[in-house]
Design a protein around this ligand. Structure first.
Ligand SMILES: [Zn+2]
Length: 252
C-alpha cells in the first residue's frame, strides 16, 4: 500500500527543502516555494493525468508549470492545424487558470512529434531554463506515440542535466494508453477533484466531459481505493531521482 499525499505531507516536504535536505538553493523568492513542472504531449494530458495534484500544489503556494509538447493541432477533425492549435491553446490556458498553473507550449506538432538530437536539445534547454524541483511526465509505455515522445524527451533532458530534480511519471487513460504502470506514490485529490474536472472539461473541443467518467473518473476511484481515500492520482517515482520534495515514499 502506498501512502497518500496529504496536506501535511506536502507541508512537510516543503519543510525538507527549507532544511536543505532536498533541492536546496532551488526555492524561489518565497522560502519553501517549489517549482513543479508537468510535461505532457497534448493540451489535456497534464490536466487529466495530474490536474488534482497540480491544483493541490498550487494551493500550497508552489509554482506549477503545465508544459505541452504540442498544441494539439491534429485533435479537431475537419479543422486546420493552425485553427485547432489556437482553440486548444485557449482551452489549455483556461484549464491552467483553474488549476493555478502557468501554461508553456514547446512547439512540436500533434501526431508528428519528433525524437531526435534537435528535439532532445530543445527539451533539455527548457528543463535547464525552468529548473523545476520536481518534474512529471508520461510513463513511456503508452500506445500513443506522442506520449512516448514526451516521456523520452523529458527523461533524456533530466538524465543529461545530471538528474537535477525529482522525476515522477503519470498515467493517462490507463489500459487504453498508459500500460504496465505500477504506482509507487499516490496523491489524495479529494480537496481539488472538482477543480480538476473543471479544468479537464475546459477542453471542450475534446468532449472530455462525455468520456471522462469511463476513463479518468474510474482511474481516480480505483487509485483512491489503493490509497485508502476517495479519489487519488498515481505516480511512479524514478528511484535515481531525489526522494521528494513533494511526494512521500511508498510504505509497505
Ligand atoms: Zn495526449
Amino acid at each position: 500500500m502506498g501512502e497518500t499525499l496529504g496536506r501535511r505531507d506536502l507541508l512537510l516536504a516543503s519543510g525538507a527543502v527549507l532544511a536543505g535536505t532536498v533541492g536546496a538553493g532551488r526555492a524561489e523568492e518565497t522560502p519553501g516555494r517549489l517549482k513543479f513542472m508537468v510535461l505532457g504531449a497534448h493540451p489535456d494530458d497534464p490536466e487529466t493525468g495530474c490536474g488534482g495534484t497540480m491544483a493541490r500544489l498550487a494551493d500550497l503556494g508552489h509554482e506549477v508549470v503545465s508544459a505541452y509538447l504540442t498544441r494539439g493541432e491534429a485533435g479537431i477533425p475537419g479543422t486546420a492545424h493552425d485553427e485547432a492549435a489556437r482553440i486548444r491553446m485557449a482551452e489549455a490556458e483556461q484549464a491552467c487558470a483553474i488549476l493555478g498553473a502557468r501554461p508553456l507550449f514547446l512547439g512540436q506538432v500533434d501526431g508528428a512529434t519528433e525524437v531526435n538530437a534537435t528535439r532532445y536539445d530543445e527539451v533539455r534547454q527548457v528543463l535547464s531554463h525552468e529548473a523545476p524541483d520536481v518534474v512529471f511526465s508520461h510513463w513511456p509505455v503508452d500506445t500513443h506515440r506522442d506520449h512516448r515522445a514526451a516521456a523520452l524527451l523529458t527523461y533524456d533532458a533530466w538524465w543529461s542535466l545530471g538528474r537535477p530534480s525529482a522525476l515522477y511519471y503519470f498515467e493517462v487513460m490507463a489500459g487504453h494508453q498508459t500500460q504496465a504502470f505500477h504506482p509507487t506514490h499516490f496523491v489524495d485529490i479529494g480537496p481539488t477533484v472538482k477543480r480538476k474536472h473543471e479544468a479537464c472539461f475546459a477542453h471542450r473541443s475534446q468532449n472530455v466531459e462525455e468520456w471522462y467518467a469511463d476513463d479518468h473518473g474510474r482511474m481516480e476511484v480505483f487509485r483512491g481505493m489503493e490509497a485508502l481515500c476517495d479519489v487519488a492520482e498515481a505516480f511512479v517515482h524514478h528511484p535515481q531521482s531525489p526522494e521528494g520534495p513533494g511526494l512521500p515514499p511508498r510504505s509497505s
